[in-house]
Design a protein around this ligand. Structure first.
Ligand SMILES: [Zn+2]
Ligand SMILES: [Zn+2]
Length: 175
């Protein structure tokens, strides 16, 4: 949702808080789209600091459905987001994108709350989400979820580290 900041921009010292719904239905993650399972409204507080600068604070809480990095079962991961930024309204949109080094959530005086949340998610999401700390993953031979029991496959021969050791033993025998 777009928030028009021009009202705050006209008066130094002026502050305003908006509470808007999060409209995005999914987040484009590193390995696919993660659906938004639920979200709290987004709070955005903007204060005019003078010198064409605005302080941006606020936050929200977003729960994404992310596949477990080991077994691919969907995991509901909740990310708490806090904004704390300073916006320089004297720089152009292009400069700002470069400065922030990310897609701009600010176009003219319009702040895109969804994009702002997206940026924060990209900074705050962990590289890997696991369904549980000791997730056993899936069998790389038959694809069975090993959290639900063993599958009976002989996985020893598939461990590349073991294969290397076996090769070394073979070499010793040949010498
Ligand atoms: Zn898992
Ligand atoms: Zn198996």
């Amino acid at each position: 949702m777009l928030i028009n900041l021009s009202e705050v921009f006209t008066l130094e010292g002026k502050e305003r808080t908006w509470t808007v719904p999060l409209e995005m239905r999914s987040y484009e993650g590193a390995d696919g789209k993660y659906p938004v399972a639920s979200s709290e409204p987004v709070t955005v507080t903007v204060k005019n600091l003078g010198n064409r600068k605005l302080a941006l604070t606020g936050g929200t809480k977003v729960t994404l459905t992310i596949p477990c990095a080991r077994c691919l079962e969907p995991v509901e991961y909740t990310c708490e987001i806090d904004f704390d930024q300073e916006l320089d309204m004297s720089s152009s949109d292009d400069d700002r994108v470069k400065d922030l080094d990310e897609q701009s959530y600010l176009t003219g005086y319009n702040l895109d709350a969804d994009r702002l949340v997206c940026n924060e998610l990209s900074l705050n999401l962990p590289m890997k989400v696991l369904c549980k700390e000791d997730c056993k993953g899936i069998c790389n031979r038959c694809g069975a979820n090993l959290n639900y029991g063993t599958c009976g496959c002989d996985t020893r021969s598939l461990d590349p580290r073991m294969a290397v050791i076996q090769d070394i033993f073979k070499q010793f025998k040949e010498v």
